[in-house]
Design a protein around this ligand. Sequence first.
Ligand SMILES: [Ca+2]
Length: 410
Amino acid sequence: MQYEIYKGVRKIRSKLDLSKTLMALVALALPAVMFVTAGGASAATPWNLNGSYEIAFTCTSGCSGTYTHDATISSQDSAGSFNIAGGYPAGGSHTFEWSGTGNVSGNAVTTSVNYSLGADSTHMNMAGNVAPSGTMSGTWTDNYPDGIGSRGGTWATTSGTASTTNTKVVTAANTQGWVFNPDPTNATPYNFTENQYSIGDGSLYVQPIGSTAAHKFIAAKTLGTPVSTFESVAYDFLIAGNGTVADADQFYLNVYTKLAGSTNYYDCRYDYVPATGSATNFTTATFNSTDAPSAIADRPDTFSCPATLSGMPAGSTVDFIALNVGDTSASDTGLAGYFDNVVINAADVATTYDFELTNEPSSKDDCKKHGWMNLTDNEGNPFKNQGQCVSYFNHQLHGHPGHDHGHQSN
Ligand SMILES: [Ca+2]
């Protein structure tokens, strides 16, 4: 399993490298400012690693076993450099501790730390990658014991995820371009809720599907992104209602593509179906443009769809994506579920869509520069203007220290 994740990351890396080469070629024909973006040595990354993690270190050379450490990453700067400190056992009274620095560039992560407790004189290096969902994994080496040994193995985060530097909060008041139930004739009711979440403190709840076979749920997002820069889609889902783990395949993704200049609804539709899911915890489904899809919808015309999304000809675009619950069969009746943390990776930018019941201002400044348009009160209601947003912050949040901020129920 770990190998599969790593292999997936490697696929993304090679795709990134290819797109950078393409960007460099394009840059030759563009003004000099483009060279700075494409050829600069700066460590552009879509990821913000600051946060708390648990990391499982598996020893494969010079030792054996898996040891889960806790770790805190802080102070990531614009060059991608950060501080990292951790220890073993995770969450307990440490018998081993280490600290040092690291860097994230693109999806690549490196760290260099020294032990300060339990393994004096030991230095450890880690190298790995951030997966589209924000989990991280890679390999490590150290010089235990006494600074002269040689050990190594693999590591993977088991708790905590990197966030993207570009997170959009999706609420009923501001859907950030998402369209829910675009076809009203087969719609299934939904609502935003704080009963479950994988990031933030809310998610989107798809209510139990009705007994009409055509009923299902669709969440669509228009993209218009060139296929050549499209890398991956990841999303978290939780099976609910009368669903079981066998219903993971009912929480699937469609990617609708168009050929250059096409006036068709779509030319090739790539379908991606999760292999596993859970009715107790959120499961992350990740699909890369180079992955073989579960199915391809090919129009009955002279163009034959390539085997993978990434194989679409130059000039093709990803017109939109759709997250689904249900396959319009009678067996969908009673199936429900949750979505959260949709991460779309394109053109080296990862955008996180965080589904939430509310998106309250945390300062007066949040309301300014049209910020109020993205925000809500503690019931998810939008503001009418900047003044109402500022007033809400002053009176409902800031002025009443004991007031319920909407994150707990009274
Ligand atoms: Ca959320």
